[in-house]
Structure formats: C-alpha cells, structure tokens
Design a protein around this ligand. Sequence first.
Ligand code: XLS
Ligand code: NI
Ligand code: NI
Length: 434
Amino acid sequence: MTSFFGDITPIEFEGEDSTNPLAFRHYDADEVVMGKRMEDHLRFAVAYWHSFAWEGGDPFGGQTFIRPWHPQDRMDMARIKADAAFEMFEILGQPYFCWHDADIRPEGGSFAESQRNFEEIIDYMLGKMETSPVKLLWGTANMFSHRRFMSGASTNPDPDVFAYAAATVKSCMDATMKMGGENYVLWGGREGYETLLNTDLGRELDHMGRFLNMVVEYKHKIGFEGAILVEPKPQEPSKHQYDYDAATCIGFLRKYGLEDEVKLNLEQGHAILAGHSFEHEIATATSEGMLGSIDMNRNDYQSGWDTDQFPNNVPEVALCYYHILNSGGFSTGGTNFDAKLRRQSLDAQDLIAAHIGGMDICARGLKAAAAMIEDGGLDAALAERYAGWDTAEAKAMLDGDFDSIFARVLAGEINPQPRSGRQEILENYVNRFV
Ligand code: XLS
Ligand code: NI
Ligand code: NI
C-alpha cells in the first residue's frame, strides 16, 4: 500500500500554546466536558465525498487536484482511494466517516454492475474496519449527480427513475446496516424544481412522502437500528428544493405521518442559503425534538453558493453547540465535516490541516457552550423573561376563552408594562465565553 500522506503521523493534542500546524490545540478527545468525553460529545465524521471524491472543480473550471486514485472510474482506483481515506482516519483519529455510494465505487454500465462494484468496495472497507476504530456515522445515496436524476429521484415525473432511486436507497441502506452505520441520510439534491411550468407540485410531494415512508418501512423490515434523517437545503442545485429548511421539513414529515420516524441532519451552509443562522435551524429542530445530526460546514457570506468551507468562527459554533447541549446532546448523530478544501489547496497536508482546524474550532465552541450552560446565565434570563407564565392566572388563561380574557382586560385587571428584552446585555454575556 502506497502512502498518500507521507510522513504525517497521528495528530496529537498539544494544547493552546502549541505552534505546530499539525497538532490539536483545543480538541482533546479525552477531556471531560459536562461529564462526558469531548470525543463523545462532538462525534466527528469525515465526509468521503469532499475529501476523496471531489477533484477541485467549480462552475468555472475543472479538476485542480491530482491524486493517486485518479481516474476514479476503476475499481483498483476505488481501493487506492479507500486506502488513502483510512490512512487519513488514522492520522486524524476522528471516530466516524460518511459516504455516498457514488463516492466509494465507480458507476457501472448497468445497475447490476454498479451494485457489484459497491458490494465489493463495502467488503473491502469492512476488512479495513476490522483493524480500525473508525465507524460509519451515516451512509447515503447520491441521487443528484448522474443525468438520470436530472429531474429528481423520488419526485421524478418518470416512474422508472422512482424505481431506480428506490433500488439505490435499498442498496445503500443494506450497506449502511452491514457497516454498523448509526444513521441513514437522505438529501434531496434534485427533489425540487427548475420551473413551475413543467412541475406538478402536489404530485411530486406525495411521491416524496411515499418514498420516505418506504424508507421507514424498509428500515423496520431489515431491523436497521439507526436513525433515518433528512437534510434540509433550500436550493442549489435546484432552483427550489422541497426540503427547504428545518421548519418546512418538520411540516412535511407531519403531513406524511413520519414525525416519529425521521429526524433532521442540519447543515450550516444550508441554513445560510435559507436566510437563517445555524442556531436558528438547530433551535427549530430541538424545540420539536427532531435534531438528528449536523453537517458543520459553512458558506461564504458573500458568494451566495454552498461553498462547504470548514468552520472557522467560534462564536457561531458555540451557539450551535449551546442548543445541542441544552437539548441533551447527540444520540445517534454527530458533527460531520461536509466540507471541502479550497481548490488551490492541493496538498495532502492541506486536507489534514483543514480537519484539524475544524475540530479545534468545534472543540472551542463546545467548551464555550458548556461554560455558558454551567454558568446558567442564559437559562436564568429566559426563566425571568417568561416568569409571568408560571403564575396560576396565566396558566388558567390558556384553558379559558376570549370572553373570559376580555372581561379581565375590560375590568382593568390587565395592564401590560413593557420590559426590556436586554439583547445587548445578553450578547455581552455570550462574549464573555467565546
Ligand atoms: C449538499 C449536501 C450533501 C449531503 C449528503 O449540499 O450537503 O453533501 O450532506 O448528500
Ligand atoms: Ni451541503
Ligand atoms: Ni450536507
């Protein structure tokens, strides 16, 4: 086996004062934060697609990376790619990874050939997993790159594509289960439309709802114990995607009776595309008990694309983990870096440094979030702000009706007194921790 990462040795925690670019300064897997090891809180995962399948292209230009596993349309190359991936997992020591079928195996000339390639590479990886501690956080199907999916997968106007998508997801769920994956994710890259002129919205949503029900039925049939997650994103590649944001997905899941079966995989970049902050998306999901997992990759705030950059902003990340910790932390989910290098970052070392940076930023965010929770300042401020609702009269009002409320207000019993929302004071408070 040739080494892609050369003489880079496993990354160690060296502490804040270290100037070694290939060391953790904040991520210490064994450090206990709020009673739990940092590794067990954060549950980091490497995304196979961006780190190993993406070749550095953007909408204006193609490949910039030259890798030993190129061209990627051959099985021997898929094995070399897996060797490099597992080499990186050993160097980073992150506990998880994630894949799409298309990242790990070459596309065949028929479904059957793709399936053979897939099974072969899954077995190859399973062999590697016997001696590696790395586990599968989630598997997923790429149903957006190949031209057959250009008009959608489950929402395609052609039932044959629905069938192809169903067979693909069955195959990916089987492989995820075989690898002991803890979740199965569906991101509907082309489940949406380019123009309403050729789109029957209601029918497409019904097909997507039925498809997701079939996923859940199959999960129970095979006894897959992981969670089923959908990943909201408002647009890109489609003009509009049905899984627009957390709130839209929650409404969709309720409409199709899936609210107890499916949770969300939220991504920071997608939140930004939807015009939200990441903590908004996380708080929306946790308030409904529907947070599954996160993709911790940000967008550029100016370019308006899903640029999938590694996180680099501690205050943003801290507020995300604040909501995650406050809701009890991850169960089956984790922190996946669905993030890619910039296309000028050509070297193997760039790939390692990018992940070190992301892991360190998340560690700092987690520690800040834990410190805020332990201090209790935000909780106390919330309790005080809503204290009026703890009174017997306020509770009784919710069981009453408009007439009884009207009578109290008319009698002058009620006379609202505006109080400060204290936003700046709270922002200053957060700044003490980040
Ligand atoms: C794309 C999505 C994708 C999913 C997995 O924007 O983030 O990478 O996470 O299909
Ligand atoms: Ni994304
Ligand atoms: Ni993602």
